[in-house]
Design a protein around this ligand. Structure first.
Ligand code: FEO
Length: 400
């Protein structure tokens, strides 16, 4: 994608990644893609802000070369060292040997550790500035958005905040980089939530602190390192991130996430009956087969919805493994204060419920109801499951 001028003499020079299957080697993006947004500011001095993963380097350096000679880059601002933003640093350093790397002290240590880079460094701290001639860059320390070394860079004359992972999202850019030209903003908002929960939710308190720190800053454009550039409504993505940060401190939206696994279809039959019971009470229920769905897609629902229904058989005296994995992942990410109900079947011994309660106890999920059924999906058990779903939905509505 050719370079795009985002403000006079300020350019997006990012890379669209449509070939990586797993972001961080973990989170699926095969269908959605992701962008690594990088920016060039031309002034008396030329700066590049954040780089890209080491891929499509010819394209990346080619589009920078359309804006400026690589040898003329004076500063490379590294807001965050994770290799999706720094993978091409060593190559760039060879092509621009006089360039100075601008980063926090912690980032300098990580650059040495990852790339053996230690010369031509300028360490900056919270509130420091860097003059490019007519423009000045200002740096805000924002630790743990996403790693401890992270900062954001602000250009005050145009009000552009280069926020790196903060306010970012999955989703390759589809013909435009700007929110106001995007015809499917819902896609980016949905993928921003998935990205938030997958990547930075664990550090939500730090994200919230960063938002508070920026409250009095005159931000007129948010230019994150992944996803859309928020040109017309920068406040929109800030509000969304704020809301997402707050979810674990709230009861969550009045709706249900139903996560199930089934070995021979018995628990699946109970699931269908329970879901009917929930829907009959007028609540939205999103259903996931844990064995066939990556946790990346389930976590946003667990993060935002009040009710969690787990349907799982007992497997070797414990919770069915794919269900165990996503619930454990939710705990690690910090999904808190959910209302929980569990149903499932077992053959000769139970144990799934006991296992589930053990996982969610530390994050204060409240077990409202449970239904462990011995054997298969006989009509009486199906009716029990439907009544169970209905009762759980009623409880959720009463507490709302
Ligand atoms: Fe986009 Fe934490 O890297």
């Amino acid at each position: 994608m050719p370079a795009v001028e985002i403000k006079p003499d300020m350019y997006w020079v990012g890379v669209n990644d449509r070939t990586t299957d797993l972001f961080e080697g973990l989170w699926p993006i095969s269908r959605e893609g992701v962008s690594y947004n990088s920016f060039v500011i031309k002034d008396e001095k030329t700066a590049i802000i954040d780089l890209a993963k080491a891929m499509k380097t010819d394209d990346f350096f080619g589009q920078i070369a359309d804006i400026t000679s690589l040898r003329d880059i004076d500063y490379c601002v590294i807001n965050h060292v994770e290799p999706d933003h720094t993978g091409v640093l060593r190559i760039l350093k060879e092509m621009a040997p006089d360039m100075t790397i601008v980063c926090t002290e912690k980032a300098a240590g990580l650059l040495e550790a990852y790339y053996g880079v230690h010369d031509h460094m300028q360490i900056v701290g919270d509130g420091d500035t860097l003059s490019l001639g007519t423009r000045t860059l200002q740096f805000f320390s924002t630790p743990f958005v996403h790693w401890p070394e992270t900062m954001m860079t602000f250009e005050p004359s145009e009000g552009v905040l280069f926020s790196c992972d903060g306010f970012g999202g999955y989703g390759a850019l589809q013909g435009t980089i700007f929110d106001d030209e995007c015809q499917d903003q819902d896609f980016y908002e949905r993928e921003s939530l998935r990205y938030f929960v997958n990547i930075v939710a664990k550090f939500r308190v730090s994200v919230r602190k960063a938002i508070q720190k920026l409250a009095d800053v005159d931000v007129r454009m948010i230019a994150p390192s992944h996803g859309l550039i928020w040109r017309s409504r920068p406040e929109r993505i800030i509000e969304l991130y704020q809301k997402w940060c707050d979810y674990p401190d709230t009861p969550g939206d009045l709706a249900v996430t139903l996560i199930y696994g089934s070995m021979y279809g018995n628990t699946e039959s109970f699931m269908n009956a329970a879901a009917q019971g929930i829907a009959a009470e007028g609540l939205d229920v999103e259903i996931f087969d844990a064995a066939r769905t990556h946790s990346s897609y389930m976590l946003p629902y667990l993060w935002t919805r009040r009710g969690v229904v787990v349907g799982a058989p007992t497997y070797e005296g414990a919770l069915f493994p794919p269900v165990w994995e996503v619930i454990r992942e939710a705990r690690i990410k910090g999904v808190k204060n959910r209302q929980l109900a569990m149903f499932g079947s077992y053959g000769w011994t139970g144990g799934a419920l006991r296992d589930l309660v053990k996982i969610v106890e530390p994050v204060k999920w409240n077990l409202v109801d449970s239904l462990e059924i011995k054997g298969g999906a006989l009509p009486a058990s199906i009716a029990q499951a439907a009544a169970f779903g209905r009762k759980f939905a009623q409880t959720l509505k009463q507490d709302a």
